[in-house]
Design a protein around this ligand. Structure first.
Ligand SMILES: [Zn+2]
Length: 381
């Protein structure tokens, strides 16, 4: 079983000649009572799937075997409690994969000519790793996020100043002690920053989240060098003396989510403004599909919860919402269960980037938007 998302690139490349690749997603809460519902949920998801895919008898038989394999895998669904799982099965491709995910749709089954990786991509984006630091004047705790939560990387203590000895000139001694304490704190912050840089480099993480008490946080952030400040996703308040790794995870996950949502909102806004100004951008699902067909997309924005049946020409990579002949070669088109998912795969394949954006941005109206590499000529125009 693959526990991380490294199989993604391989799955993206896989392709069958028939829509007989079964992709199944399930999400289970932590309560074991959920296990009882799994077979019924699978039955509902499998429902009329094979009928809709228009398979012939031989491939229908193959798909029935794939569904049985998924049901067998679900017999050990206890291991999936409290998380999501993706299962991919295609006899012809020698494919049977089980991938654990931090996030997944409650239940979803798709039959297509390739693995349906959209929720997998979304989970990868939602669980983009970060480095978390909890800092006070003398101590630092550094951890990195992963499938198992936030795990400690290192701890650091920088010895504080000795207790002051008020033997003589009170005012002057106090001043020196305070001065020295500030120098030590500054040194501690720098050492912490060095450790952070090292952890981020070793773990290949480019997102930093810092926690602590308000007054220490602001001083620590003021000392951060530009390379770390650029990667700072946000901060959270926590008492370093009572913190636990689980608490750090909860608070830092919240910061990472807010940062991601803000970035989506900003990027979507930029694309929509760019389009309004007559620049290299399009809005609306149909216009975006057209741009996908011309391999013109630098960055595609779609709503994470939005799916649409549509059609694809496999020769030209042209996508559409209607089932007429291909707008480019006039050849026959293939029905796809989710044309947005197909668009995502084609954009990634052409070297573009994709954001699957949650609700609450301007995509709620436009449905899709994209920044372009070059102007779209418009096949259907
Ligand atoms: Zn075509």
């Amino acid at each position: 079983m693959t526990t991380d998302l490294e199989r993604l690139a391989e799955l993206l490349r896989m392709r069958s000649r028939h829509p007989d690749v079964l992709s199944v997603y399930l999400r289970l809460g932590p309560d074991p009572s959920e296990l009882r519902s799994v077979p019924a949920r699978l039955d509902v998801a499998f429902g009329a799937l094979a009928d809709r895919a228009g398979l012939d008898a031989a491939h229908r038989k193959a798909v029935t075997a794939e569904m049985a394999a998924v049901r067998r895998a679900a017999e050990h669904a206890r291991e999936w409690l409290g998380s999501g799982v993706a299962l991919f099965a295609a006899g012809d491709l020698g494919l049977f994969d089980e991938v654990r995910l931090p996030h997944a749709p409650e239940v979803l089954a798709v039959l297509d000519i390739r693995p349906y990786v959209r929720p997998l991509l979304e989970a990868r984006e939602r669980s983009r790793p970060y480095c978390a630091a909890v800092v006070d004047a003398e101590h630092s705790w550094i951890g990195t996020s992963g499938p198992e939560g936030v795990l400690e990387e290192s701890r650091l203590t920088t010895a504080g100043p000795r207790k002051p000895d008020y033997g003589g000139w009170h005012g002057l001694t106090e001043y020196r002690v305070r001065n020295r304490a500030e120098r030590i704190q500054q040194r501690h912050f720098r050492r912490t920053a060095d450790l952070l840089r090292q952890a981020m480099c070793e773990r290949d993480v480019d997102q930093l989240i810092v926690g602590g008490q308000e007054h220490t946080l602001s001083r620590f952030l003021a000392e951060l060098t530009a390379d770390l400040r650029e990667r700072l996703a946000g901060t959270f308040l926590i008492d370093p003396h009572t913190m636990t790794a689980a608490r750090v995870r909860t608070l830092a996950d919240g910061v990472a989510d807010r940062f991601r949502h803000d970035r989506y909102r900003r990027r979507v806004r930029q694309a929509i403004d760019e389009h309004a100004a007559g620049g290299l951008a399009v809005t609306g699902l149909e216009a975006c599909l057209e741009a996908v067909g011309e391999r013109a997309i630098a960055q595609l924005f779609v709503r994470a919860d939005d799916r649409a049946c549509g059609f694809a020409c496999d020769r030209c990579g042209v996508l559409s919402l209607t089932g007429q002949a291909c707008a480019s070669c006039a050849g026959a088109v293939r029905a796809v269960p989710d044309v947005i998912g197909e668009a995502i795969v084609l954009v990634l394949d052409a070297g573009g980037a994709v954001d699957q954006v949650p609700g609450g941005t301007e995509l709620d109206g436009a449905r899709a938007a994209a920044r372009l590499r070059f102007p779209v000529t418009g096949l259907s125009a």
